[in-house]
Design a protein around this ligand. Structure first.
Ligand SMILES: Cc1cc2nc3c(=O)[nH]c(=O)nc-3n(C[C@H](O)[C@H](O)[C@H](O)COP(=O)(O)O)c2cc1C
Length: 334
């Protein structure tokens, strides 16, 4: 059973920016929104249990309208809490909700969610069913090709079939196995070999399902090539570390007319958000820690970054710092 997509989500998932803890907060997301108007953006993972108990619920869920289309990523294994999170996601105006079935961190394992749930498709199906009942939002999942020794084409297909029958609409597959013991999360993103062929096989066996590829995509051309096989591509680290690399995505992937996007224009686009954040007692650094990624591989980049770090980390730093940073780039033709 595959439900209908919300109109805004339709097609936006062809290119998405991966959920990344401590990286894809709303400030990085509005930065990426200056780079691409069309890509689907994901939040960092929010734990359903934390959402239930948190006094900072509004802070956890808050996002700017401009971030849409946006998917809320949730972690959990309790159908009741996940159903509550799904209702909240709908109330807050998220475009979809995504269940994390790929995180191998010890903390996440001790909560019995993330990648370890790949060992229990029955339980995950119950979670998806509960989420499906809770709202009209599309329910999607992000998972690995396998965990530990549960790592065969048959098991992967069985897992995906069971979630599709429960109502999952799209499958974002990080093309690596996760080792739950012995590797830390960072190692689990580099040491297990990337196996795109396993995800291709899944797509070939289940052509009617929407299957997206994640893991190791570093250039727009890799993504275009992958889109010949898959329904979507998700990029994580290469988007965070090199945001300007992706300025032609709307043109290449969504057929939009070309736009001239550069670092100074992006920074100027962020100034109103920085002003708002400071007005609400936030720190300029919360945005600038992402903005420093914008300038690389050009003469003077290191000095520009160092200068911005120094000024933006000051306690009462104001948006004039951003204006100066943008002006320096404009003077250098960037
Ligand atoms: C710093 C960091 C934090 C991450 N946090 C999450 C997370 O919250 N949820 C999730 O599903 N994956 C998380 N991931 C994994 C990414 O979403 C992605 O699957 C992985 O980095 C592989 O894609 P890439 O090679 O394009 O980076 C994280 C990755 C990084 C580097």
């Amino acid at each position: 059973m595959v439900g209908k997509s919300s109109p805004i989500i339709k097609g936006s998932y062809r290119f998405s920016i991966a959920p990344m803890l401590d990286c894809t907060d709303k400030y990085f997301r509005i930065l990426m929104r200056q780079v691409t108007r069309r890509a689907l953006l994901y939040t960092e993972m929010i734990v359903a249990n934390a959402l239930h108990h948190s006094k900072k619920r509004n802070q956890l869920l808050d996002f700017y309208e401009i971030e849409k289309p946006i998917s809320l990523q949730i972690g959990g294994d309790d159908p009741k809490l996940l159903s509550e999170a799904t209702k909240l996601a709908e109330e807050w105006g998220y475009d979809e909700i995504n269940l994390n079935l790929g995180c191998p961190s010890p903390r996440v394992q001790s909560g019995n969610f993330g990648a370890c749930l790949m060992a229990d498709p029955y339980k995950v199906a119950k979670c998806i069913e509960a989420m499906k009942k809770a709202s009209d939002l599309p329910i999607t999942v992000k998972h690995r090709i396998g965990i530990d020794n549960l790592d065969s084409d048959e098991l992967l297909i069985k897992f995906v079939d069971s979630l599709a029958s429960a109502g999952a609409e799209r499958f974002i597959v990080h093309a690596r196995r996760a080792w739950l013991k012995g590797l830390n999360p960072k190692e689990n993103r580099t040491i297990p070999e990337l196996q795109y062929n396993r995800v291709s096989k899944l797509k070939k066996e289940r052509p009617q399902l929407k299957i997206e590829l994640n893991g190791g995509l570093t250039m727009p051309n890799d993504c275009l090539k992958a889109l010949e096989t898959f329904d979507g591509v998700m990029v994580g680290r290469a988007a965070y570390s090199h945001p300007l690399r992706w300025t032609k995505i709307d043109e290449f992937i969504y057929g939009e007319s070309p736009q001239k996007i550069n670092a100074s224009k992006i920074i100027r686009g962020l100034i109103p958000y920085a002003e708002n954040h400071i007005k609400n007692n936030g720190r300029l650094w919360d945005l600038c820690r992402h903005i420093i990624q914008l300038v690389e591989e050009v003469p003077g980049a290191r000095a520009w970054r160092r200068d911005l770090c120094l000024k933006a980390q000051r306690k009462n730093a104001k948006t004039i710092v951003l204006e100066e940073a943008a002006r320096q780039l404009e003077d250098a033709g960037l």
